[in-house]
Design a protein around this ligand. Structure first.
Ligand code: UGA
Length: 316
């Protein structure tokens, strides 16, 4: 199988590329990205080809590669809430426009598409657990720019679904729920909002800075180790017959915790580690208003828990 991973140099792309090469010695992976920093360790592998390219500019090249593959993962996207608020048009141009082109090439060349939707499509849905088939997608007013990411992803989900019906596009949509692990974001950048919360707190601890709880930190998330996320993606990749035209939440309702609990858990772990204790002892946990941390265009998801009934690791 020839697998094209667009965004192979990102968090999910780098782990997925490594795993495919490890588990399937006769499959080929082509990785496209603007940077190879996170995949230096696989650049020399014989079944891996890296192409440095920008999906916003190198359209002919990317189209050629979609044409040449069997299955495409378009994983290049902005996925950081601070950017949704500060630069919503960048989110629209990359996450929506550039990815829509890739979706259309998958339709044109009849390729299998495995596309990253997001837990954010459920937005402020009030269901106890978000369900792929029944939960509503709930976003806020236009002045709350945070929702541009959710809307871009939701519309792409709807477009892909419609191509499946009209043109027989073979696709699977997957929705990561707060995946975390090595290479998530830049742990050496402790600036507020530079990373998603797991890296942000680890970075604060590493640099002896305050951990900032947005609006007190009562928000609920379910954190999923990247290894479990990749296990689920491999099931999807290896079982097209069962995964075709389906949407999968990929998260674990048993890992539910508040952001405040996460902060104290990570801090406690660091205090038991002699190499990190000194810095961890300097860290204070403080509360900050969301309007100060992210800006007025932010609105939060108070509770985000997946129903994992259809999770690929259970189903396939
Ligand atoms: C994230 C991102 O939108 C995407 O990466 C992704 O699609 C999705 O969730 C997912 O992985 O499921 P969110 O969970 O809101 O959204 O983003 P984080 O930056 O990880 O923040 C989680 C919570 O921690 C939020 O309530 C935020 O306000 C809070 N937070 C964040 C803090 O309290 N302090 C911080 O320093 C950073």
């Amino acid at each position: 199988m020839n697998i094209l991973i667009i965004g192979a140099g990102g968090f999910i792309g780098s782990h997925l590329s490594e795993r495919i090469l490890k588990d399937h010695k006769n499959w080929r992976v082509t990785g496209i990205d603007i940077s190879s920093k996170k995949i230096e360790q696989i650049l020399g592998e014989k079944n891996f080809e890296f192409i440095k390219a920008d999906i916003m500019k190198d359209l002919d090249l990317v189209e050629e590669r979609v044409k040449a593959c069997d299955v495409v993962f378009p994983l290049a996207a902005v996925a950081n809430p601070k950017v949704y608020v500060d630069d919503p048009l960048r989110v629209f141009e990359l996450d929506f426009e550039a990815n829509l082109r890739i979706v259309r090439w998958a339709v044109k060349y009849k390729k299998r598409l495995i596309f990253p939707s997001t837990s954010e499509v459920y937005g402020m849905c009030e269901d106890e657990e978000f369900d792929e088939e029944t939960s509503n997608c709930v976003t806020g007013p236009i002045c709350k720019q945070r929702w541009i990411y959710s809307c871009c992803k939701q519309l792409l989900d709807r477009v892909i679904y419609a191509y499946g019906i009209r043109d027989g596009l073979r696709y699977t949509l997957f929705r990561p729920f707060n995946w975390y692990g090595p290479r998530l974001d830049d742990i050496d950048n402790p600036n507020p909002g530079s990373s998603r919360v797991y890296t942000q707190f680890m970075s604060a601890i590493k640099h002896g800075k305050d951990i900032q709880l947005v609006d007190g930190g009562d928000q609920i998330r379910c954190f999923t180790p990247i290894s479990e996320g990749i296990d689920a993606l491999m099931k999807i990749l290896e079982n097209e017959d069962k995964a075709d035209k389906r949407i999968f939440n990929i998260g674990n309702p048993d890992n539910m915790m508040s952001i405040k609990e996460l902060a104290y858990k990570l801090l406690e772990e660091a205090k038991y580690d002699p190499t990190r204790r000194e810095m961890a002892d300097r860290v204070r946990v403080v509360s900050v208003k969301s309007s100060e941390y992210y800006g007025e265009g932010y609105q939060d998801v108070k509770r985000r828990v997946p129903r994992a009934r259809a999770a690929p690791q259970l189903l396939l």
